[in-house]
Design a protein around this ligand. Structure first.
Ligand code: IFM
Length: 446
C-alpha cells in the first residue's frame, strides 16, 4: 500500500510542505523545571482525566528531544510544528527564564541544522497557573501578558523560526476550558466561554502586531479548528440549528479574525452573556495574516431543540476512530472550499489532521491500517480542495508521537510513531513509513 494521489496533484510537488506536529504539555514532561500551568492543576483533580494521568513525564521529550528531532529527520518531512510552553520560558517576574529559552533555542538550531523548518505555536493551552489565579482568560490583562511574553520570546529566537502561530484552536481554550469545563481550567458558563474567547482573540491580534515587528520574515498567523456542522435532516428547523451551531462553535473564531466582527448570533445571546468588547478591539483582532492554519478531524450533526438553539446528535452506523469521531473526509474538502468562499483567506496550511486508532505493537511493528486509510482519504480531500481553487500550501499530520491526549490521558494514540510509556521507546508505525514514502518521492512539477 502507498498513499495514492492523482499524478498531477500539487501534493506530489516538492514545494508542497509536509510536516508532523506536537504540543509542549502533551510531550515534554519534566514539569518541575517549569512553572505550574492550568493543565497540571486540572489533572490533579480526580475525574478530570480518563486514566488519572498528568503531564509530569509524558513522552520525556525534554530529555529525549535530540532523538525526537532525529526521528523527524528520518521521516523526511520538511517541517516540524511544536509549541512553546509559556510557563517554561517566562518566570513569575514576567522575565525570560534562560534555562527554558535555551532549551528551545537548541531545539530550533538543531532543526535548522537538519534542514527542517520550525513552525512554532506560541500558545497551545498551557497557561501559567499564577495567571489563571488572577482570572486567566477571563481577565483582559492576560491578553497583554501574552503580548509581552510573545515580545520577549520572539526577540530571543531571532530569525530562527520559519513560521509562528499565535494560538492553537482558541475554540478549545475558550469553549472546552471556560464554557463546558471539560478542559483546563474546568470552568463553566456561556458568559465565561464568550469572554475568554474574546480575550484570546484580542491576545492573538496584539501578538500579531508584535510578530510583524519582531519577526517580519516569518510566516505569521493563527491556527483555527473546525468541526463542520451538519443538520440531521433536511427540515428547516434542523438546518437552522446546524447553522447556529456552525456560527457558535466554528465561525465565532474565524469571523473576527477575517472580518473583524462576531457572527450575528451574538445579538441573540442573553445580554449578560455577551463578551465585553472595548472600542478598537475588533480592529486589533482582524490583523492581516501571512497564513491561516486549519485543523480538521471530523464533522458533527445537530437537530433542533425546543429549549436550546441546537442539539448535538451522535452519528450511527458510520466509521468511527478510537475517539468516537466519524471518519468523513468529504466534509474536510467542503469545509476548505466553503471557507475560501466565505472569507478572503490568506494561504492555508493544514496544521493538524490525523486519527487516534487502537494501535498495538505486534512482533515489533504497528500496522495502523485505519490511520493509513484516514490519512489517505484526507490527503485526497486536500487535493480536491486545491483543484477547486483553495490555496493550500502544506499538510501536518497530528501527531508525531503518541502523547497526552488531554482529558483522554494516554489511552488515545494519535501518533504516527508509537510510544511505549514504560520504556519511552519510540517505534514508527506503518503510517509513518508510508508518510516517508510519500514525502520522499515528490518531484518538482512544472
Ligand atoms: O491532541 C489534540 C491537539 O492538542 C489539538 N488538536 C486536536 C488534537 C486531537 O484531539
Amino acid at each position: 500500500m502507498k498513499f495514492k494521489l492523482p499524478e498531477h496533484s500539487t501534493l506530489l510537488d516538492k514545494s508542497f510542505l509536509y510536516g508532523t506536529a506536537t504540543a509542549s504539555f502533551q510531550i515534554e514532561g519534566d514539569s518541575t523545571s517549569r512553572l505550574p500551568c492550568i493543565w497540571d492543576t486540572f489533572c490533579a483533580t480526580a475525574g478530570n482525566i480518563a486514566d488519572a494521568s498528568n503531564g509530569d513525564q509524558a513522552c520525556e521529550h525534554i530529555a529525549k528531544w535530540r532523538e525526537d528531532i532525529d526521528l523527524i529527520h528520518s521521516l523526511g518531512v520538511d517541517a516540524y510544528r511544536f509549541s512553546i510552553s509559556w510557563p517554561r520560558v517566562i518566570g513569575f517576574d514576567g522575565k525570560l527564564n534562560p534555562q527554558g529559552v535555551d532549551f528551545y533555542i537548541q531545539l530550533l538550531e538543531y532543526l535548522i541544522e537538519l534542514g527542517i523548518k520550525p513552525f512554532v505555536t506560541l500558545y497551545h493551552w498551557d497557561l501559567p497557573q499564577h495567571i489563571e489565579d488572577n482570572g486567566g482568560w477571563l481577565n483582559r490583562q492576560t491578553a497583554y501578558l501574552f503580548r509581552d511574553y510573545v515580545d520577549l520570546i520572539t526577540q530571543a529566537f531571532g530569525e530562527r523560526v520559519h513560521s509562528y502561530a499565535t494560538l492553537n484552536e482558541p475554540f478549545c481554550s475558550a469553549y472546552l476550558g471556560y464554557e463546558v469545563g471539560i478542559h483546563a481550567p474546568g470552568l463553566t458558563g456561556q458568559d465565561k466561554g464568550k469572554q475568554a474567547a474574546h480575550h484570546l482573540l484580542l491576545a492573538h491580534g496584539l501578538a500579531m502586531q508584535v510578530l510583524r515587528k519582531n519577526s517580519p520574515k516569518a510566516l505569521n498567523g493563527i491556527v483555527l479548528n473546525f468541526t463542520p456542522a451538519y443538520p440531521v435532516s433536511d427540515s428547516q428547523a434542523d438546518i437552522n440549528a446546524a447553522a447556529y451551531a456552525d456560527d457558535y462553535l466554528n465561525h465565532w473564531y474565524a469571523e473576527p479574525v477575517f472580518n473583524g466582527c462576531y457572527p450575528e448570533i451574538l445579538n441573540q445571546l442573553p445580554a449578560e452573556n455577551r463578551p465585553q468588547i472595548e472600542e478598537g478591539d475588533m480592529q486589533i483582532i482582524a490583523q492581516p495574516l501571512d497564513y491561516v492554519g486549519i485543523n480538521y478531524y471530523t464533522r458533527a450533526f445537530y437537530k433542533a431543540d425546543d429549549n436550546l438553539p441546537y442539539c448535538a446528535i451522535s452519528p450511527k452506523g458510520v466509521e468511527l476512530t478510537a475517539m468516537g469521531w466519524e471518519v468523513y473526509p468529504d466534509a474536510f474538502r467542503d469545509l476548505l472550499i466553503d471557507l475560501n468562499k466565505r472569507y478572503t483567506l490568506p494561504p492555508v496550511y493544514i496544521t493538524e489532521n490525523g486519527a487516534a486508532t487502537d494501535d498495538e505493537i505486534i512482533d515489533g511493528s504497528v500496522d495502523d491500517q485505519q490511520r493509513i486509510n484516514y490519512i489517505q482519504g484526507h490527503l485526497l480531500a486536500v487535493h480536491q480542495a486545491i483543484e477547486a481553487g483553495v490555496d493550500i500550501q502544506g499538510y501536518f499530520v497530528w501527531s508525531l508521537l503518541d502523547n497526552f491526549e488531554w482529558a483522554e490521558g494516554y489511552v488515545k494514540r494519535f501518533g504516527i510513531v508509537y510510544v511505549d510509556y514504560q520504556t519511552q521507546q519510540r517505534t514508527k508505525k506503518r503510517s509513518a513509513e508510508l508518510f516517508t514514502e510519500l514525502v520522499t518521492t515528490r518531484i518538482n512539477q512544472a
